[in-house]
Design a binder for this molecule. Structure first.
Ligand code: IMP
Length: 182
């Protein structure tokens, strides 16, 4: 059976918050045409729902990053798939599944800034502020969560559980040192 530990955020709570975020983004960018940049693999599910909740013309692209992390992050980030679009002069919204240490996002933002967009904002479904080692500015946060390893709604543990429609904590014996692919 495909299940994890305890449900932390229900499917209904996610749906309603994603709709709120979409409405907020549509208000903030009214009259514009933002470019959403989703960070694979984790942000795929959130990205798919969020963009349909934004009632504006928009474009979306995907980048992919991989980081090794566990109880202690090594801080090494590899960009597996860089952005293959010209975003100079555009309003970019980076869409993340979770910001944990902030190392992945910081690296992606450095690359994006070099592309000289008009603006960059970050929208993350989940935020774990207690784990932060790099200060990153996040404009839109779905949910602040405690320092627990979570899966579901795109987030994985060893590539499992991404298809759960809710966010759950992982049973403690399943957590540990492991590879996290964006
Ligand atoms: P960072 O530590 O902020 O660089 O996060 C790196 C990546 O680790 C995130 O984009 C996620 O893909 C993954 N990650 C961090 N915390 C969790 C978690 O609790 N569950 C699943 N993946 C996570």
């Amino acid at each position: 059976m495909n299940s994890a530990g305890n449900t932390l955020i229900t499917e209904e709570a996610i749906r309603s918050r994603v709709n709120e975020l979409g409405a907020e983004i549509a208000r903030d960018y009214a009259g514009g045409r933002p470019v959403l940049v989703g960070v694979l693999n984790g942000a795929l599910v959130f990205m798919a729902d969020l963009m349909r909740a934004i009632d504006l013309p928009l474009e979306y692209y995907a980048v992919a990053a991989s980081s090794y992390a566990g109880t202690e992050s090594t801080g090494s980030v590899e960009i597996i798939k860089p952005l293959d679009a010209d975003v100079s002069g555009r309003d970019v919204i980076v869409v993340e599944d979770i910001v944990d240490t902030g190392i992945t996002l910081d690296r992606l933002l450095q690359d994006l800034r070099a592309a000289q967009p008009a603006s960059i904002a970050v929208c993350t479904l989940l935020n774990k502020p207690s784990r932060r080692v790099v200060d990153v500015s996040i404009k839109y946060v779905g949910f602040e969560i405690p320092n627990e390893f979570v899966v579901g709604y795109g987030l994985d543990y060893n590539q499992q559980y991404r298809n759960l429609p809710y966010v759950a904590t992982l049973a403690p014996e399943q957590d540990g040192q492991h590879r996290q692919d964006g």
